[in-house]
Design a protein around this ligand. Structure first.
Ligand SMILES: [Zn+2]
Ligand SMILES: [Zn+2]
Length: 458
């Protein structure tokens, strides 16, 4: 292959980690967005759209300098006007920016918003991660109570279940607030310092840069150490403890299946108190195996009935989120209690496919529209519009020219009636209505066609 030919071939490839969404897959995006949007709208969430590009500082400040997202995964660029911009790697910081910048604090609180669209992270595509991916997010700004995060969890769960993804489990944890978390971090650091010779290289770094992420380590050698590590829940201050308890009580009332997962932390600085992830529930066999591996753990005094189910490390969450009371302060020095979460669209689509969920086919048309000759094609548009406005779905062939070819398609598709518009009919403002089963034909005026068809296909 010549160099030039090779260049041409490369032009046709999408950038690494990015891809075309073809009609078959697009149908999945549509059913998910339709479902979740209708539920969100019902509960009074309003749509919002922020730019795909934001100033870099928004993310370095809000998400945190030492997070993977900012350190390794952000797409950044310098514009001709010398602005430093980033393709948005996540949705929450832009929503909070917009809330503050547009004075939404003066609206009745809380403000309930939803958003959807593409996000960008420079991830390793070998792990099956896309560099352009889609999310659907819910955010509740201006609400201090746990009802906000419980509502978000409940809506996500309901949407996924109604789409056909039945067995789900919510992993939930509290990572406290600034005060109690600092005390916990100290304990965690001192625990890991004692084990420094037995932990992976990443964890050695995490001790200095982002100690909570120690609990996130997937390395084999760190798992036992992680299991014995101090638990945030034992260090929660009175307020954080009450908040967590209220949130869990609401989840009980909403009949949300959940487990308290002490190793759940989120990789972003702005989270405080509640963090959650939604997973496919483990199968019966996995559950028995896990019960044998882990003894029942007392979580809160009231929670001793709950059993920890270790999640499979390889399974990624369908949805995730949490409370981010600190973010408002980070961006504007104002107190803005808030919580939110997002569904990972690609992850959810593959989950629904695994469960055999198929997007519903459009209503099967009962009419095949055959058009013959140029003047018929012009008239044909008028006829089609009459049928469309009357809500009568039709099928037609744009490529085939001849009558018998088109009728063949109609019988192949098992469509019971055909309407035929030729030159002669076009001049006479009429159509031929053909019964595909017995091949009988009637001539019908274009003016009457909607009524005649409605009677036939009743
Ligand atoms: Zn490790
Ligand atoms: Zn606290």
């Amino acid at each position: 292959m010549s160099a030039k030919e090779k260049d041409k071939k490369e032009i046709l490839q999408t950038p690494k980690g990015m891809r075309d969404i073809l009609p078959e897959d697009y149908a999945y995006y549509s059913i998910i967005y339709d479902k979740i949007e209708s539920i969100a709208e019902y509960y009074d969430f309003k749509p919002i759209q922020t730019p795909h590009l934001e100033k870099i500082e928004l993310f370095t400040t809000a998400v945190g300098e030492t997070t993977d997202i900012v350190e390794k995964e952000m797409y950044t660029l310098k514009t001709k006007g010398k602005d430093h911009l980033a393709l948005r790697p996540e949705g929450t910081a832009p929503i909070m920016r917009s809330y503050i910048a547009n004075g939404m604090q003066s609206r009745p609180q809380p403000v309930l918003l939803y958003y959807k669209g593409s996000f960008f992270r420079h991830e390793n595509p070998q792990k099956g991660r896309l560099r352009e991916f889609q999310q659907f997010g819910l955010e509740i700004l201006g609400e201090r109570k746990g009802v906000a995060e419980a509502t978000i969890i409940k809506i996500f769960l309901t949407a996924i279940q109604e789409l056909g993804g039945k067995d789900l489990i919510v992993h939930i944890n509290s990572i406290g607030d600034k005060e109690c978390r600092n005390a916990y971090k100290k304990e965690l650091i001192s625990y890991y310092r004692k084990k420094i010779n037995h932990i992976c290289r990443d964890c050695k770094n995490r001790i200095k840069t982002n100690p909570l992420r120690l609990l996130d380590c997937k390395e084999e050698k760190c798992q036992e150490i992680k299991k014995e590590a101090p638990k945030m829940i034992d260090y929660l201050c009175q307020h954080c403890r009450e908040h967590f308890k209220d949130t869990l009580e609401l989840l009980d009332a909403f009949e949300v299946p959940y487990i308290v997962d002490h190793t759940l932390v989120r990789g972003i600085d702005y989270y405080s108190r509640t963090v959650f992830e939604i997973f496919p529930a483990p199968t019966k066999e996995e559950e028995t195996k896990n019960m044998e591996e882990t003894k029942g753990v007392e979580i809160l005094e009231e929670e001793n009935k709950k059993i920890i189910i270790k999640k499979k490390e390889s399974v990624s969450a369908l949805a995730a989120g949490g409370r981010y009371d600190e973010l408002g302060k980070i961006l504007s020095k104002k107190e803005i209690p808030a919580s939110g979460g997002a569904i990972g669209m690609e992850r959810l689509i593959s989950f629904l496919k695994e469960r055999g969920v198929k997007p519903k086919a459009k209503k099967k048309p009962k009419i095949f529209f055959v058009q013959l000759g140029t003047s018929a094609k012009f008239k044909g548009f008028e006829v089609t519009e009459r049928l469309r406005k009357a809500g009568i779905p039709i099928s037609q062939s744009f490529a085939k020219e001849g009558l018998s070819d088109q009728l063949k398609i109609a019988s192949k598709l098992n469509i019971p009636y055909a309407i035929i518009l030729g030159q002669k009919e076009a001049l006479e403002e009429s159509l031929i209505l053909r019964n595909m089963d017995n091949r009988s034909q009637d001539i019908v005026l274009i003016n009457d066609i909607v009524e005649v068809i409605k009677k036939k296909i009743k």
